[in-house]
Design a protein around this ligand. Structure first.
Ligand code: HEC
Length: 252
């Protein structure tokens, strides 16, 4: 009886508990699919460039070595030094930020988190949507707010590329209770940036692809190894099947 109950408990935790954890992680507005593809080397290279140009001024990626990037992204060490390294680092160094924690605390009220594992801890869809959800809000010290992380202290660092957008709400005032029910309807571009909406999506997707990769560099190998193993199993299955037919053809 005991065993049955325990088994039942385990099954219900696995069956119902896991989706609940997933749902909790994705709470906070509707996330848009990032559709990243870490096997796309060109996208990874663009993402690395975006990260070094637009993020590394505030965020470190302190578990990633430049030399590893060179190897995984199909670049020579000379190319990495020339195009991705700005802070006088050496090729075997990890990616640090030049922002000092004391300054960060004074300017932003918090230290920007290390981004090595952000795509794994928050999910690629979250980071993708976060970077697309800054909107004008004069009440914030940075002049912007974020739909996914309300009250964030991160400025809209990509404003030059995306431009500025306003959040549009469907308002319904409830006179009896003197309350207003606001429902988010969408964003409206009020000041265009250098990129079109599609180009900006692609820029963000490349950046998130890079973050996805640094969160687990092994995944490049894991995926290709997975296909090789499946391929081997398929060929082996064919051989075994043909052999079985051969052996059994006279036994009726
Ligand atoms: C000017 C400094 C600055 C730059 C540049 C910057 N960030 Fe941030 N970022 C911050 C700060 C500050 C926070 C902490 C925000 C908070 O906790 O409210 C943050 C937080 C984040 C978070 C965590 C959000 C969360 O849910 O906790 C992500 C993801 C992020 N940044 C991504 C990026 C990416 C990608 C770039 C480059 C395109 C970038 N940041 C560039 C300052 C910066």
């Amino acid at each position: 009886m005991h065993i049955k109950n325990t088994a039942l408990a385990i099954v219900s935790i696995v069956a119902f508990g896991l989706p609940a954890i997933g749902a909790a992680a994705s709470a906070g507005g509707h996330l848009q699919p990032a559709n990243t593809d870490v096997a796309n080397t060109a996208s990874l290279q663009r993402g690395a460039r975006n990260f070094m140009n637009y993020c590394s001024g505030c965020h470190s990626a302190r578990y990633v070595r430049y030399s590893r990037l060179a190897a995984d992204l199909g670049l020579t060490e000379a190319q990495v030094i020339e195009n991705l390294m700005f802070s006088g680092d050496r090729i075997h160094d990890t990616i640090q930020t030049s922002l000092r924690p004391e300054d960060a605390a004074r300017w932003f009220g918090t230290t920007p988190p290390d981004l090595t594992l952000i795509a794994r801890s928050r999910g690629t869809d979250y980071v993708y949507t976060f970077l697309k959800s800054f909107y004008l809000d004069p009440k914030r010290p940075t002049g912007v707010n974020n739909l996914v992380l309300p009250g964030t202290s991160m400025p809209h660092v990509l404003w030059e590329l995306q431009g500025y957008q306003a959040a549009v709400y469907d308002g319904q005032s409830d006179a009896a209770n003197e309350t207003v029910h606001k429902q988010f309807k969408g964003f409206e571009l009020v000041q265009p940036g250098l990129l079109s909406a599609d180009e900006y999506d692609r820029f963000v997707r490349d950046t998130v692809t890079f973050l996805d990769y640094i969160g687990e560099p092994m995944q490049l190998k894991r995926v290709s190894l997975g296909f090789q193993v499946l391929g081997f199993l398929f060929v082996f299955f064919l051989l075994a099947f043909l052999l079985k037919k051969e052996y059994w053809k006279d036994v009726k």
